[in-house]
Design a binder for this molecule. Structure first.
Ligand code: GAR
Length: 206
């Protein structure tokens, strides 16, 4: 195992944000390596994306709950991430809320991407919430994960316009594209030691 900054990536879906991060690593834009990719969904695209890139990928059954991991699953996720010696947990479309023991194991070392300009529209289908609300500017947020839902300190945000003829799909696509630009930049800054956290404020060092 090298002494590079190591990422543990968790996702439940197709894994396009993971792909953007993996491609940025390959292009030399993020000084890090992927230690492991984990999913709570057996057939998730993110696992295929990892295997295509010859990166370690593992499905871990999430247990009996719908929106969180049960205790056994939580222990298995934590153990896999510790064994892989990861420095940062990168949530890339992981659709379960992380709880106490997981958060304590990686305090201050978990980041997430959310498809809205937080604190507006936390929770599910945020792009749809934005469209239904009628906002003219939407976007995405990369933030540290704390015990709340989409409530941790903001690392970076990118805005996109909401167009009059947008559908949920077209707006989602535009937000997704912004995520693919923003998330690798935020992960790169953390891997370089280029940010500091002062309470809720995340400062990017010059
Ligand atoms: C992304 O749009 C991400 O913001 C969202 O899931 C999608 C995953 O896409 N995450 C959340 O809504 C978490 N609250 P991907 O699998 O193609 O990266």
């Amino acid at each position: 195992m090298s002494n590079k900054f190591r990422l543990g990536v968790l996702g439940s879906g197709k894994g396009s944000n993971f792909a953007a991060i993996a491609d940025a690593i390959t292009a030399g834009k993020i000084p890090a390596e992927v230690g492991i990719v984990l999913s709570d969904v057996e057939g998730a695209g993110i696992l295929a994306q990892a295997r295509d890139r010859k990166l370690p990928a593992q499905f871990i059954p999430p247990g009996k709950f719908r929106t969180k991991l049960d205790e056994e699953a939580e222990r298995a996720f934590v153990a896999a991430l510790q064994t892989a010696k990861v420095d940062l947990i990168v949530l890339a479309g992981f659709m379960r809320v992380l709880k106490g023991d997981f958060l304590r194991a990686f305090e201050g070392r978990i980041v997430n991407v959310h498809p809205s300009l937080l604190p507006s529209f936390p929770g599910l289908e945020a792009w749809k919430q934005a469209l239904d609300h009628g906002v003219k500017v939407a976007g995405c947020t990369v933030h540290f994960v704390d015990a709340g839902v989409d409530s941790g300190a903001v690392i970076g945000q990118q805005a996109v316009p909401v167009l009059d003829n947008d559908t949920a799909e077209t707006l989602h696509q535009r937000i997704h594209a912004a995520e693919h630009d923003l998330y690798p930049k935020c992960v790169a800054a953390i891997a370089r030691g280029g940010i500091s956290v002062q309470g809720r404020r995340v400062i990017w060092k010059p």
